[in-house]
Design a protein around this ligand. Structure first.
Ligand SMILES: Cc1ncc(COP(=O)(O)O)c(C=O)c1O
Length: 414
């Protein structure tokens, strides 16, 4: 959460909490504007496009805003394709980077005219069998151990789920050529939450190496998502202008000008959202526990990833004595904690806590275990007004799928 966002939200927060009720994720459109324009500025003059990763934030109201900056959308499921379409995206505004894909999903993405990123050789085989003619086709490449960057999200090579093995690339590219796409490209994504440009430059190098070694004619290279944000106050932000300069230099040195695509989600939106939750209970166990009215059902990262950190501030907490607490939700899981042994200003029941950096990969990963329902989403406009863009789930929503067509099958045994 930037200082600017805090200064915009602080004065209105009690009234917003009173009016809409807690908990809620709230997104700062001014901050989004600043990041989106900085992204455009960094890559100005280079043929490139950001395809925002819809998995990070699928609310069409937010996607419509992102479209205003010329971004396309990276989708990986039919629901994400629908969200992108609802936001007005058509054809090659959409990049379908899925994995373990069904024929039906592939047909849907083709029907929309999306850029198809084949994550596996079988996708190319299926496209051939379908008689498909994708206008734009990319092969996602797994570089093997050459792509190990420490912060890997690919996992070790042996257990890798994503991409075409680099030693099969020549053969798969030859098959892909029989589909005669208008535009052909390569895709590679080495990791996630990465705060240094080097792994992305390595991605570019590895792709350029394959282009040269195999004599491929590529129109575009997709470097994926994965640019990190400083979740911890002491972390340094990613140096986007320096990265953009280095990309230009690499392409100049290679003497090629493929269009560069990105699928960033976290970098674009995460710092511009916070989860606002109210203290329900103060509990003294072996440790001091601050129980709040939200939980990992609304933000799973701290419970799911052992090293995930979300900064927490207490509204009007300045000047209070500090104490060490666990901040906990209401799920019947001991890892339902937003913070463990965190130094925070002393809180009381009714206080508002801000869990930072929930603009992406927060509500999109939410779930309803224990019947704890997903919270509402609000946006903070630059003029200070606050608008609801998704209501909180209700008990009726929770039971909605019980209403279904009567259907009972009696299998006749032979
Ligand atoms: C294929 C692909 N593209 C893009 C992204 C977005 O990553 P991030 O939001 O970290 O930029 C992901 C994240 O898992 C991904 O798997």
């Amino acid at each position: 959460m930037s200082a600017g966002f805090a200064s915009r939200l602080d004065p209105v927060l009690p009234a917003v909490a009173e009016h809409f009720g807690t908990p809620f994720h709230i997104y700062d459109l001014q901050g989004l504007h600043e990041t989106a324009t900085a992204f455009q500025d960094a890559f100005r003059g280079l043929a490139s496009r950001e395809y925002f990763a819809v998995k990070g934030q699928p609310n069409p109201a937010m996607l419509r805003r992102l479209r205003e900056y010329g971004f396309g959308f990276d989708c990986s499921s039919p629901a994400e394709l629908a969200a992108a379409t609802m936001a007005g995206a058509t054809g090659e505004d959409i990049c379908f980077t899925s994995n373990n894909t069904s024929l039906g999903e592939l047909a849907e993405a083709l029907e929309l005219g999306a850029i198809i990123t084949a994550d596996d050789e079988t996708v190319v085989d299926k496209l051939i069998a379908m008689g498909a003619r994708p206008r734009s086709l990319a092969l996602r490449v797994h570089p093997g151990t050459a792509g190990a960057v420490g912060e890997s999200y690919l996992g070790d090579t042996e257990s890798a789920k994503f991409g075409v093995r680099v030693d099969r690339l020549a053969a798969v590219a030859a098959k892909a050529a029989t589909l005669r796409p208008h535009r052909f490209g390569l895709h590679m994504m080495l990791g996630s939450g990465i705060l240094r440009p080097e792994p992305f430059l390595l991605t570019l190098d590895l792709l350029l190496e394959q282009v040269a070694a195999l004599g491929l004619d590529v129109d575009f290279l997709n470097l994926g998502g994965g640019i990190g944000i400083p979740y911890r106050p002491q972390e340094q932000a990613f140096d986007l202008p320096a990265f953009a300069r280095a990309v230009r230099e690499r392409l100049d040195a290679a003497g090629v000008r493929p269009r560069i695509l990105f699928e960033c989600g976290r970098y674009i939106l995460t710092p511009h959202g916070v989860l606002v939750t109210r203290v329900l209970n103060r509990m003294s166990k072996w440790r001091e526990m601050v129980g709040v009215d939200s939980g990992m059902n609304a933000l799973i990262r701290p419970g799911m990833y052992p090293h995930a950190y979300h900064h927490i501030t207490v509204h009007e907490g300045q000047g209070r004595p500090l104490e060490t607490v666990d901040v906990v939700g209401s799920l019947c899981e001991n890892n339902d904690k937003f913070a463990i042994q965190r130094r925070l200003p002393r809180t009381a029941e009714g206080d508002l806590l801000l869990v930072h950096d929930t603009g992406a990969h927060a509500l999109s990963m939410a779930f309803t275990y224990n019947g704890r329902l997903r919270p509402q989403e609000l946006i903070l406009h630059p003029d200070g007004t606050v608008e609801r863009i998704r209501r909180a789930e209700t008990i009726e929503d929770y039971f909605a799928t019980l209403t279904c067509d009567a259907d009972r099958l009696e299998v006749v045994r032979q």
